[in-house]
Design a protein around this ligand. Structure first.
Ligand code: NAD
Ligand code: ZN
Ligand code: ZN
Length: 340
């Protein structure tokens, strides 16, 4: 099988021919049909974060495909069933976090495309309990971006506790942001979308944003304040200055939800303003299996649109460069369709 492999941080990925992986107990092997390119995969390939993957590894945590082989003990999935393999490759199921509905905080978790090989391949392994069935009505090419970009932003809005009539700022209308805008609208909020390209701002409008702010030309905090300030700001731009800008546009009691993970990212949080205004800064990491199920059901019901460009896995390095140049409308999905 073909796989795109990170051999060294910061080097181009290498397309390799590898033997089909064998599922161990509790695992399944999947014939990958579609695999999304999340900005996290670029951070992984560059070794951007304090906790690093160990090359050689196959990135990708938006892999969707058909179960091809069951490992010992797998009884609830069947061969031919379509599943998605998210970032949360497995969690222990026994710790305080797992038992309280916060499996995404499990300290024993293994992350797909980071702590084990991921979806940039024709075949991949998954732990059956964390391979999410994809309902009929969600195509593999749409399911891929929902598997990370979708579930992550859906969860970020839950964490922010967004309610109807609130103002939500979405900073960065990329793979994650284009879905965040839609989930915020579904929650009943007024949405202010912020980006630095005309195409992204236009896309945000098409997807229902009520206000668009061009961070190149406008003062983001001041613009948000003109509308009373944001109840929640979802920080999705890979740029610490963008976090500070939306934080300054919160209304009293507002929440900054940190989602993007820029390399060496730190921001200045003014103590005086935070205390006097009673604002919060919260981190939000992906979402649970339950959250992903809800994301798939919303899409199957026609409530969301996935904006994507399909490419072949062979184009992986050019695709990464295009994302870094900001040229992609929302998400790149590698089409590994079973017929090739
Ligand atoms: P992306 O590259 O598709 O989107 C980033 C967007 O930010 C682009 O539209 C870009 O034009 C815009 N942008 C750049 N500078 C900006 C600025 N100054 N102000 C406003 N917008 C600006 O990336 P993505 O795949 O959506 O991922 C975004 C980030 O989220 C990455 O750092 C990724 O690692 C992280 N991420 C976090 C989680 C999590 O669970 N917390 C999950 C997935 C991804
Ligand atoms: Zn656990
Ligand atoms: Zn991701």
């Amino acid at each position: 099988m073909k796989a795109a492999v990170v051999r060294a941080f910061g080097e181009p990925l290498v397309i390799e021919e590898r033997p089909d992986p064998e599922p161990g107990p509790g695992q399944v092997r999947i014939r990958v049909e579609a695999s999304g390119l999340c900005h996290t995969d670029i951070h992984a390939a560059h070794g951007d974060w304090p906790v690093k993957p160990r090359p050689p590894f196959v990135p990708g945590h938006e892999g969707v495909g058909l179960v091809e082989k069951l490992g010992d003990g797998v009884t609830h999935l069947r061969v031919g069933q379509r599943v998605a393999v998210p970032w949360l490759g497995r969690a222990c199921g026994r710790c305080e976090h797992c038992l309280s509905g916060w499996e995404t905080l499990c300290e024993q978790q293994i992350n797909t495309g980071y702590g084990c090989d991921g979806g940039y391949a024709e075949k991949m392994l998954a732990w059956a309990d964390f391979a999410q069935p994809v309902p009929a009505g969600v195509t593999p090419l749409d399911a891929a971006p929902l598997t990370c970009a979708g579930v992550t932003t859906y969860k970020a809005l839950k964490v922010a506790g967004v309610r109807p009539a609130q103002l939500v700022a979405v900073s960065g209308v990329g793979g994650l942001g284009h879905l965040a805008v839609q989930y915020a609208k579904i929650a009943g909020a007024t949405v202010a979308a912020i980006d630095v390209t005309d195409e992204k701002l236009e896309l945000a409008r098409e997807l229902g944003a009520d206000i668009v702010i061009d961070a190149r030309a406008q003062d983001v905090g001041a613009e948000l304040k003109k509308h009373g300030g944001a109840h929640a700001a979802i920080a999705l731009a890979v740029n610490p200055a963008a976090f500070e800008a939306v934080n300054s546009g919160l209304r009293r009691g507002g929440k900054l939800v940190m989602v993007a993970l820029p390399a060496h990212g730190t921001i200045q949080v003014p103590i005086f303003d935070t205390v006097l205004n009673g604002t919060s800064v919260i981190g939000s990491i992906v979402g649970t299996r339950q959250d992903l199920d809800e994301v798939f059901r919303l899409h199957a019901a026609g409530r969301t649109r996935v904006i994507r460009e399909t490419r072949t896995l062979d184009s992986v390095n050019e695709s990464i460069d295009a994302v870094l140049r900001g040229e992609i409308k929302a998400r790149i999905v590698f089409d590994l369709g079973v017929d090739g």
